[in-house]
Design a protein around this ligand. Structure first.
Ligand SMILES: Cc1cc2nc3c(=O)[nH]c(=O)nc-3n(C[C@H](O)[C@H](O)[C@H](O)COP(=O)(O)OP(=O)(O)OC[C@H]3O[C@@H](n4cnc5c(N)ncnc54)[C@H](O)[C@@H]3O)c2cc1C
Length: 311
């Protein structure tokens, strides 16, 4: 007979959000079970030499104690010396945070989650079953990678990959590489491919070129304040409003391409046309405006090559 365990809170996922949630819940005295592979997305789906976009002021501790700054100070490191932060250092911080916050992770995955009679019931890959009063699902974005249908239809499996899976670049040394897409990952991967010795890297996309300005996160704070004040406010927006809110959240992060850190190998062979700007941003900055929807829809014609990066 299967033994069913019970926990007050089940946290699904051991990435930054899962770990932060678990630490906070435990501090509030909640009995917490955390499932997942600690920081697996960062360890397995990001390039090992990647540098972070977020700075040392980003951390996982709601209580502001086990911060990245505290971690660096304990090691006698000056934040200015580790900027931008190498992913390996952030992973060390995550391990340090987990240990300091006393968050234990069980490396098992949830395969099914139901709520048959008022409480949650999770079936794990190992066959274990867990019930819980509350669930926080933080399984991350790796489940949502999109591969256009035409890629699989027109290319053999050894000819293409997704940025989620391409994290080591040596195997493409000397090769000509086409990157389809033109946001953060596209430019970051193009820089890493050039560093890894690719013969040529071409980047194609249908939208206007990104404007390569430092990321502007000023839109986040008011939304966070609103979330604290009115939990779940975004669930009740009428459809049109919901769409306009998704814009800033999902689409307007100006791409701060890592390519800029490698100017020698990343000169666009065509100068991008002037960026289009929209409404002013409080504080004097300006925010990139996405092209109207009809300009973003697939046109069925060939993609326009905007850049050619040669190693
Ligand atoms: C190229 C790239 C660069 C980025 N750079 C930055 C940056 O500089 N700074 C920054 O803050 N963010 C950055 N991000 C974004 C960052 O990766 C995500 O915001 C962050 O990882 C989300 O954290 P998470 O905890 O939600 O999920 P993840 O980090 O994706 O973790 C998911 C967790 O869920 C677990 N899991 C998955 N499925 C199950 C299951 N069925 N059962 C149990 N557990 C499960 C996994 O094992 C893992 O532990 C970057 C992302 C990419 C792709």
């Amino acid at each position: 007979m299967t033994v069913i365990e019970h926990t007050e809170l089940l946290v699904i996922g051991a990435g930054p959000y899962g770990l932060a949630t678990a630490a906070h819940a435990q501090r509030q005295g909640m009995e917490t079970l955390v499932l997942g592979e600690p920081m697996s997305f960062w360890r397995e789906n990001m390039p090992e030499k990647m540098k972070l976009r977020s700075g040392p002021d980003w951390h996982m501790d709601v209580a502001q104690k086990h911060t990245m700054m505290a971690f660096l100070a304990e090691r006698g490191m000056d934040p200015a010396d580790v900027s931008p932060i190498p992913i390996s250092l952030f992973l060390e911080y995550a391990d340090w945070f987990r240990e300091r916050a006393g968050v234990e992770v069980e490396t098992d995955l949830v395969e099914d989650l139901t709520k048959p009679d008022g409480r949650f019931e999770a079936t794990l890959r190992s066959g274990r079953r867990v019930t819980s009063d509350t669930v926080v699902a933080a399984p991350g974005i790796s489940h949502f990678g999109v591969v256009p249908e035409w890629v699989e239809r027109s290319l053999s499996p050894d000819k293409w990959t997704h940025t989620c899976d391409l994290v080591r670049f040596d195997e493409l040394r000397g090769k000509r590489v086409l990157i389809v897409g033109g946001r953060q990952s596209a430019f970051e991967w193009s820089a890493l491919l050039a560093d890894g010795g690719a013969a040529e890297v071409h980047v194609v996309h249908r939208h206007d070129p990104p404007d390569f300005v430092p990321a502007d996160w000023s839109f986040v704070d008011p939304l966070m304040d609103l979330t604290v004040e009115v939990p779940g406010w975004f669930r009740n927006l009428p459809p049109r409003r919901a769409k306009s809110r998704r814009g800033p959240l999902l689409g307007r992060r100006p791409a701060q391409a890592r390519a800029l850190a490698h100017p020698a190998s990343h000169q666009p062979t065509r100068q991008p046309p002037p960026a289009r700007f929209g409404r002013g941003v409080p504080g004097g900055g300006r925010r990139y405006t996405r092209p109207p929807l009809d300009r973003r829809r697939p046109r069925g014609g060939p993609h326009r090559a905007r850049y050619r990066l040669q190693a």
